[in-house]
Design a protein around this ligand. Structure first.
Ligand code: ATP
Ligand code: MG
Length: 401
């Protein structure tokens, strides 16, 4: 038997009451975008679950590989469907078990009877279907706890759904179902992970990156584009704004004493990011800051940096250990890109001894001798905007050209 349908379970989504329709619609769109090049794929969304239908076997295989990346999916299973009729179910059960390696395996039947009018109770069904399977696959051994093969039979009014495979989904909520934010994306390990975590909570993102050519190279930019592309695989497309930052960094180095340049640099970055945020209509900024990791990430520093804006700054890594962040970055595939050796604008201008407890009055004092505003506005205006597409979307896009 060849699988032709995948049952997609929403999990957390189903808890969301009135917002559910919105979430389901977003999830449907995101799955559709992720599968856009798989021509035989169709989607059918229901209130509490979704079906992906693919007639082509290769499409089916590819869909199974892509689904674990899409947020808002709790789990999914290729399913076989038949009439809600005991003989039909017994027959289908054999076909489903036929897709498994059965030699030396343990086995159990699990029944869900959503259609309470179905004329058999759960125990009877378990016996009848299980007995039929064992008759045809005598090598199987029944085991109630943690069997190797679990045959799930879901009986509903519209028919019976059978599967023996449950794949874990990415969890979280569909990207775009919880608003839009601007991620401050360096080439480091932390900020891509911060972006990933926000996307997992359903937030779609634009990214902003500060580059200081010629001190930072084209390869550093390439790295950030690759990170952005990796983030795209978890949701929709991400727009990357690259800010020309050299002049401002030089101005800061000239105006502010060495041990406070880091604080001023962060403050200026935040002001620029906030202007971009406003322009694109995003509600919050996201950073990869983690408490105590470096001098600019003490509570005193964060307070002095925050002072430039009232916009919410989301810091999903604030309480995470570096090793846990690294592990997550390895899991999501950004680590290998992040450790490429190209210099970031901050690394190059890093003072030898940055203040861990910068005094806001001192920072304001030194900043007051220079009008940064025109340079800030110019940097926003002269930014380069790069549309980074999801791989599949990009292929499709190129087809259209
Ligand atoms: P990361 O690994 O994300 O670079 P980090 O531990 O190196 O973080 P910092 O260099 O202090 O920490 O940067 C703190 C945060 O400021 C980053 O997580 C990122 O959100 C933002 N940031 C730093 N440099 C840049 C940059 N060049 N462009 C955009 N955002 C940046
Ligand atoms: Mg960094």
């Amino acid at each position: 038997m060849k699988w032709k349908e995948i049952l997609i379970r929403y999990g957390e989504l189903s808890l969301k009451g009135r917002n559910r329709n919105h979430f389901v619609r977003k999830l449907r769109t995101n799955i559709k975008n992720a599968m856009v090049d798989l021509k035989s794929v169709q989607l059918r969304a229901e209130r509490d679950r979704m079906f992906l239908i693919a007639d082509d076997e290769a499409d089916m295989k590819e869909a199974i590989e892509r689904l674990p990346h899409i947020f808002g999916i709790q789990s999914f299973s290729p399913v076989a469907m038949c009439d809600a009729d005991l003989d039909a179910i017994k027959q289908k059960a054999l076909e489903v078990i036929g897709t498994e390696e059965t030699a030396g395996k343990t086995f159990k039947v699990e029944i869900k009877r959503a259609d309470k009018t179905f004329p058999y109770v759960t125990g009877e069904l378990q016996k009848a279907i299980g007995g039929h399977v064992l008759h045809h696959f005598p090598e199987l051994v029944v085991q109630m706890k943690k069997p190797d093969i679990m045959l799930l039979v879901d009986i509903r009014k519209e028919g019976a759904f059978l599967t023996s495979k449950v794949y874990k989904g990415a969890g979280g909520m569909p990207v775009g179902s919880n608003g839009h934010s601007l991620l401050m994306l360096s080439g480091g390990i932390d900020s891509p992970v911060a972006g990933y975590l926000l996307m997992k909570r359903g937030v779609s993102i634009d990214a902003v990156h500060f580059a200081s050519p010629p001190y930072t190279s084209e390869l550093a930019k390439r790295k950030v584009m690759d990170l952005t592309e990796m983030l795209c695989s978890f949701g929709a497309s991400v727009r990357l704004h690259v800010i020309p930052f050299t002049e401002l960094q030089q101005a800061i180095v000239q105006q502010v004493p060495d041990n406070l340049t880091m604080t001023s640099t962060r403050r200026v970055m935040l002001q620029i990011a906030d202007l971009v945020r406003e322009e694109i209509g995003a509600l919050a900024l996201v950073t990869g800051e983690s408490l105590g990791q470096v001098a600019s990430q003490t509570l005193e520093s964060l307070t002095a940096i925050n002072e430039v804006t009232a916009t919410p700054i989301l810091r999903p890594l604030i309480a995470m250990d570096k090793l846990d962040i690294i592990e997550l970055s390895q899991q999501i595939g950004t680590y290998d890109i992040s450790i490429r050796p190209y210099e970031d604008c901050c690394t190059i201008f890093t003072p030898s001894n940055p203040k861990t407890k910068p005094k806001l009055e001192r920072v304001l004092h030194f900043e007051s001798f220079f009008d940064f505003q025109p340079l800030i506005e110019e940097a926003v205006k002269n930014r380069e905007v790069i549309e980074v597409w999801q791989q599949q979307e990009k292929d499709n896009f190129e087809d259209l050209l």
